[in-house]
Design a protein around this ligand. Sequence first.
Ligand code: N01
Length: 531
Amino acid sequence: MCNLDAVLDIAVIGAGFAGLHMLDQLRRYEFSCHAYESAIGVGGTWFWNRYPGARCDVESVDYAYLHDPELHETWQWSERFAAQPEILRYAEHFADRRGLLPHITFGTTVTGAAFEDGAWNLTTDTGERVRARFVVTAVGCMSAAHTPPIPGWERFGGTVLRTSRWPAEPVELAGRRVGVIGTGSSGIQVVPELAKEAAELVVFQRTANFSVPARNRPLTQQERNAAVARYEQQVHDARTTRFGHAVIGTGKAALETDPAERAVELDARWARGGTHIVATFTDTGRDLRANAVLADYFRDRVREQVHDPATARALTPTGYPIGTKRLCVDDGYYETFNLPHVRLVDLRADPIQELTRTGVRTIGGDHELDVLVLATGFDAFTGALTRLGITGRDGRALTEVWRDGPRSYLGLAMAGFPNLFTLTGPGSTMVLSNVLRAIEHHVEWVRDLLVHAREHELTEVEALEPFQDEWAARLAELASGTLYPRTDSYYLGANIEGKARVFAPFAGGLDAYRRICDAVAAEDYRGFRTA
Ligand code: N01
């Protein structure tokens, strides 16, 4: 629909929650704009991750747009933690309600983006060529799937499925021998569901994760009404809290709390379910001794839930502080291992050697499988961006510029890449906050900058290198005040072989992050070169 003769004001890449909101705002502000999306529908993450058991780990009423009060009032979430189909319906409903579909080209992946002669030339896998003065990427933090470098992929004769690209049509698992590699949030959610159908389920675990029960349940009408009534408070919380939504902590340090009181507080949150438990005490994210209090509490819960002592031992997370990998939220994960047809393979003790024609070979022997499910995560934060084939000023490739790790200003823009903005990009709070809140903040901030550029007839807006350097230093300093850097995780890029180890998220909280961005805007976009 668009071509090089028709220069868009703004091209948006991606039609998940970020892309849809961006597109909608740009249209409301009467920019000429269009979005490009690889999938054949909207929803991003929630389009692709349709594996059985896929649910949000943020409560539904908080994992929803706030910028649209009418939508907030009229949409009725059915469960405390919405499942993927409902979240996808919500995204579709939003796109419909705002008339966005005609402004999105689906089934089209951007494969090249070059800044040439003052504008961006995009190329796609369908042969489309698009010229746009500005580009906004809305490609998600977790969308470039990671395939582990296990020898023998070509040999395996069974079915390989990925949680991150689960087929839309039903998958027949009844009577089949199923294996799952990966025990992060996706693996921990999919395992109990696969166990309901599979004849045999083998879970290949490299690192035992900390997981808390969701205690998911239908929302009562009273709770839904209360969420509507809470709207103004939610908007306030989005601006003033670390995660972008309220969490119920004690406000006390674990190390200064009496053990009996600690247990009461933790028990209450464990019984309530969900991730709030990590914020029970103020010191567990930065003090190893305090962290051990919380970690031990979780370890005890594993032993309570898993009957076989050896399996319980293998499922008990050790060797890294709780919270330094994303806390998982489960629905019967541990109990699944009490079922007679489910078994755990602890890859620390019994590593995978290769795939064979009929299954997975570990040091200890062969595991015959009909279906192998990969829940092995993502080239997080940067992967979706580096795969866009971006080249900035003077033909500099983003892959080269980021060879030693991502560099950005505010996580939103990069020196050398004018007129390009990265929603929830590396260097912003990303998954360390409620992503919907981070998205809304970014979209509105970028929209205001684009309006500013139009009003001032700016043709180029580009982050300045010294400010980018300063941002990198600030990110490193914030991370060093936490326990995150102590653990190999995707936060650091450690899950991808050869990837530079840089702690990518802004660890200072969404509230602090927003204040910085607001100050930048108020100071005439300090740190940006404009022309
Ligand atoms: O991916 P992960 P995910 N051999 O990277 C293992 C969001 N999300 O898709 O820890 C064997 O967390 C790897 O092992 P190890 C959420 O932000 C949210 O589960 O590296 N195993 C790990 O166990 C989440 O954090 C929701 O040792 C290998 C697993 O694969 C993020 O997405 C639901 C391996 C990958 O875990 C990513 O979660 C789902 C190998 N070679 C996702 N390579 C909710 O909202 C990797 N692994 C609830």
